[in-house]
Design a protein around this ligand. Structure first.
Ligand SMILES: [Zn+2]
Length: 84
C-alpha cells in the first residue's frame, strides 16, 4: 500500500516468507530446509534493501506483519497513528 501524498509506504509481509521473528515466522519446513532458509534469507535482504531505498527518498516505511493483522483493533490504531 502506498500513500504518495504522505510519502508513506505500508508493506504487509507474510511471517513465513519474510522471516518474521514470531512463532509462525520461525517455522521452517522439515524437508528442503536448506532451500527454505536460503530463500527466506534472500527475501529478508531484499526487504531491507527496499526499505533503505525508500527511506533515502524520504519515505516513511512501515511493515505490518501477517500475525499483527489478526488483531484488528490494534492494526487500526497503528495505521491511524501513522496517518497523523
Ligand atoms: Zn509474525
Amino acid at each position: 500500500m502506498v500513500f504518495p501524498g504522505r510519502k508513506l509506504a505500508l508493506f504487509v509481509n507474510g511471517c513465513f516468507w519474510h522471516g518474521h521473528g514470531c512463532l509462525r515466522g520461525a517455522r521452517i519446513p522439515k524437508s528442503n530446509t536448506e532451500y527454505w532458509i536460503k530463500k527466506i534469507e534472500r527475501n529478508r535482504v531484499r526487504d531491507k534493501e527496499t526499505l533503505i531505498a525508500l527511506q533515502k527518498l524520504g519515505w516513511r516505511v512501515h511493515v505490518i506483519w501477517e500475525c499483527e493483522i489478526k488483531d484488528r483493533d490494534r492494526l487500526k490504531e497503528n495505521i491511524q497513528a501513522l496517518m497523523d
